[in-house]
Design a protein around this ligand. Sequence first.
Ligand SMILES: NC(=O)c1ccc[n+]([C@@H]2O[C@H](COP(=O)([O-])OP(=O)(O)OC[C@H]3O[C@@H](n4cnc5c(N)ncnc54)[C@H](OP(=O)(O)O)[C@@H]3O)[C@@H](O)[C@H]2O)c1
Length: 462
Amino acid sequence: MSEQAQENAAPVVNGEQNGESKDKEVTENGTTGETAEPVAETENEAPKKEMRAVVLTGFGGLKSVKILKKPEPTLNEGEVLIRVKACGLNFQDLMVRQGAIDSPPKCPFILGFECAGDVEQVGEGVEDFQVGDQVVALPEYRAWAELVAVPSKYVYKLPKGLSYLDAVTITMNYTVAYILLFEIGALTQGKSVLVHSVGGGVGQAVVQLAKTVPDVTIFGLCSKGKHDVLKEATSPIDHLLERGSDYVSEVRKISPDGVDIVLDCLCGEECNKGYNLLKPMGRYVLYGTSNVVTGETKGFFSAARCWWQVDKVSPLKLFDENKSLAGFNLRHLMYQQNGAAHVKQTVEKVFELFQGGKIKPLLDSTWALEDVVEAMQKMHDRKNVGKMILDPSLEPRPKPATPAKGKDKKKQSSEEKKESDEKKEDKKEEKKEKDEDKKEKEDKEAITNGTGEPAAEEAEKK
Ligand SMILES: NC(=O)c1ccc[n+]([C@@H]2O[C@H](COP(=O)([O-])OP(=O)(O)OC[C@H]3O[C@@H](n4cnc5c(N)ncnc54)[C@H](OP(=O)(O)O)[C@@H]3O)[C@@H](O)[C@H]2O)c1
């Protein structure tokens, strides 16, 4: 928060009463819109200090994301307290907001998996960090706040020359890309890689890391609108293809045998296309399910569709065809499968590559915490090229002026209309998905029945 905004920020009454959250929303200039004397929970207790945080109040659309005053975190054994200077926005955060992720916490909770800043306190038992250390961290949620307490196993010291902004641009994305390419994909000289969403955070990391190996050919897919910017970017993509095009034929025209590595963050029918594009000895890695996201809120059928569109491949087929299938999920590895030490080692390798000048972080844009909704919208609209960052010290961008009193009603009703239009759109999208699913299912059944004909034609025949 800037000094000016800090001066404006009114003290707030402690938020929890009878278990109910009484957090106050922070207005554009950083105040809560109410003035109240800070009070202690009991008379003798000092008032709890508060901080700004991006809170998810319920799973769903952008309206559930709020900037609230929350009590500053207290430090547990084994944790460090970080004064946050920059936060990474990842596609995963959109999925969390929609509730399209496994075992999410109960709302309300503070969003965010990535932040960088200064160590302000060190908990009992922590030996490898000191107050004042500059660090980047990958906590399980709670990263998008002015302060966060993080178990030290998820915290990494910044090497010399790495700024907070660059640290959140590279840490998660390049660590994932490193594991995909070098630990799972076994990338070596002369091989080819196909990668989806090549203009995004992980996509750009894949390109830069793959190009550290001689003679690697990259097939990159993304929305057409990004092609010009990417052609000018420092890390060259050999063959830039359009998302949603017949990319399988395009790849085969250039490389009739297919590719050595497919990195798929979309899932659904891309899994089958990716597998079929593999050369013998090729490796397909699934590391995301972006296709589950269809609108602003969770599409109920898109997850199911993503699952049943994927061909179930037997190990015998892999044996016959000399192909490998793999999956990677950083969140599960770190927080559920005891993989924090493995990840720490990989982060260190990424930092070495940065120091050796092999990595040039590609930053799309920086946003104030208060502008998180606009930032998320930009990612939804597929407009980011590179990484998007939240910076708690930034002032929010000016918003359209509040209309005069008499016009309030009109504005409200137009907002209500917009909201109901959005709901209608979501419903339409849902119905479309349902119809598509039904049709696809019927077609599949027809094929399994041995008619080999789509359901509609079969029904007509009968
Ligand atoms: N397994 C792991 O541990 C791990 C870790 C980090 C990220 N990931 C995955 O890697 C992928 C990229 O993540 P990121 O954080 O670097 O984000 P990102 O690529 O910067 O995400 C934004 C881009 O995703 C693409 N996209 C694909 N499907 C979309 C949809 N349904 N709605 C909106 N945009 C969509 C869009 O680009 P185009 O339109 O150009 O394709 C968009 O610009 C995601 O699938 C994410 O879940 C996995």
